[in-house]
Design a protein around this ligand. Structure first.
Ligand SMILES: Cc1ncc(COP(=O)(O)O)c(C=O)c1O
Length: 427
């Protein structure tokens, strides 16, 4: 219970409540409505760098890397770069001893630019292009994930001798349209036999992708049992133990009990392997969102405010679906005014973008001070994952800049894209 709950009259004179778990852990209010992330004021950053502006708390990202390393061992954790990848972020991940799951030639090259050891890069993807494979080969990536039968011969032809591969398993019954090798149809067993028949490839382990934003361990437990069963099949059929299992990512960026998860998965893997008389593999994970999601904040300038007849305010910002893709924003309700203190009572509001599109929400439902007006700055929490990474140039709107903040200072990781950048592609 907060002071404002006990004394409602205080509510409007206190800075907006920062929802626990939503903001970077070190976010706190400074004076005059300034919101500090890692000691850097968001309104001051917006004035200096323009809006929309992505701000990423370096310590928050590194702390998540360390938490994963402590739970699983750094050598067993690979950050999934598709959540957000710049050379700077790759550098933090590498400095914390993690590897990196890359889904394209671009992600491999940015990871290398950030200093990731190529032997710690895993290339995955249901449809790897010739460029992906060529860049992986030139870099000497540590492993490549096989996700279909048809790519095995292609990989054998293009990969360097001794290339380690992981098999993406689809172990469950509800496999849908997902890519990977189905266990139930015998496809996965065929893949193992085909890889064994390719002298240039070495089966290093198995991986799986359970889903997204999962809060419960049960989904992983079911998957783990199926993987253990399939590992035993490999042992029986080929006399080889599976040395490495990656359980993918998909953890929420809040309330996911990492230590408990790691302990439970390890204990289960040991038990399930013993039961089947096979050695337990080392257990890895490849989280994306859970590493960067909560570390990111986006700052917008409010450009218009319209009161609906029912009292709800429609607040339009200078960003929107181009920097905040619809799927990431549908359930969001966490944003606060920054840069000025308001004593106006909270009223229901909907924050929209600038794109005149039905999916152009930034925050569908929240409360903002009744005196919110054009020119105000709005900070939106939890935008580290899949925001910049999925940003588009719809309406030919350039991408925002991405700043890293640490110990009160800001550093530009990615400069703001300009319209000249867009025009530079015209031929
Ligand atoms: C190979 C791989 N690892 C991990 C993930 C999980 O990503 P996140 O943890 O961001 O949900 C995905 C997501 O699709 C993936 O494809």
């Amino acid at each position: 219970m907060t002071l404002a709950d006990i004394l409602p009259s205080l509510r409007s004179s206190l800075p907006a409540h920062l929802e626990p778990g939503a903001w970077p852990p070190a976010a706190r209010w400074g004076g005059r409505g300034e919101l500090l992330v890692a000691g850097a004021g968001l309104a001051a950053l917006a004035e200096a760098h323009g809006t929309p502006l992505y701000v990423l708390d370096e310590a928050a990202v590194r702390e998540r890397c360390r938490a994963y390393a402590a739970a699983f061992g750094a050598e067993n954790v690979a950050y999934t770069g598709k959540a957000l990848l710049t050379a700077g972020v790759a550098g933090w991940v590498a400095a914390e001893g993690l590897g990196l799951y890359a889904g394209s030639a671009g992600e491999i090259r940015v990871a290398l630019a950030g200093g990731v050891d190529p032997s710690r890069i895993v290339l995955y993807g249901s449809a790897k292009t010739p460029e992906d494979l060529a860049v992986a080969r030139a870099a000497g990536v540590g492993a490549i994930v096989v996700e279909s039968l048809s790519e095995i011969t292609r990989l054998a032809a293009t990969a360097p001798a001794g290339q380690r591969v992981l098999l993406r398993l689809l172990a469950g019954p509800a496999e849908g349209e997902a890519f990977g090798l189905r266990v139930g149809t015998g496809e996965a067993a065929t893949a193992v036999a085909r890889i064994a028949g390719q002298p240039g490839l070495r089966l290093a382990g198995l991986d799986c992708s359970v889903g997204h934003e999962i809060e419960r361990f049960q989904r992983y437990e079911t998957e783990l049992r199926r993987i253990a069963e399939f590992s035993a099949h490999i042992h029986r059929a080929h006399g080889a133990a599976v040395g490495w299992v990656d359980l993918g990512g998909g953890h929420t960026d809040h309330d996911f009990a990492l230590e408990a998860f790691a302990g439970r998965m390890r204990a289960m893997m040991t038990l399930e392997s013993e039961r089947r008389g096979v050695p337990a593999p080392r257990l890895g994970v490849s989280p994306g969102r859970a590493v960067v999601g909560r570390a990111g904040v986006t700052v917008y300038r409010i450009l218009s405010v319209t009161a609906r007849r029912d009292g709800r305010l429609l607040v339009a910002t200078d960003g929107g679906m181009t920097d905040c893709p619809a799927a990431q924003c549908a359930d969001r309700h966490t944003a606060v005014l920054v840069g000025r203190a308001s004593v106006a009572p909270p009223v229901p509001a909907t924050v929209l973008g600038r794109h005149n599109d039905p999916g152009d929400f930034v925050v569908p439902r929240l409360e903002l001070p009744a005196d919110v007006h054009p020119g105000d700055l709005l900070a939106v929490a939890g935008t580290g994952a899949y925001h910049h990474a999925r940003a588009s140039n719809f309406h030919l709107v350039p991408h925002p800049a991405l700043l890293a903040v640490s110990a009160g200072r800001a550093r530009t990781l990615l400069r703001r894209e300009s319209i000249d950048d867009l025009l530079a592609r015209e031929c």
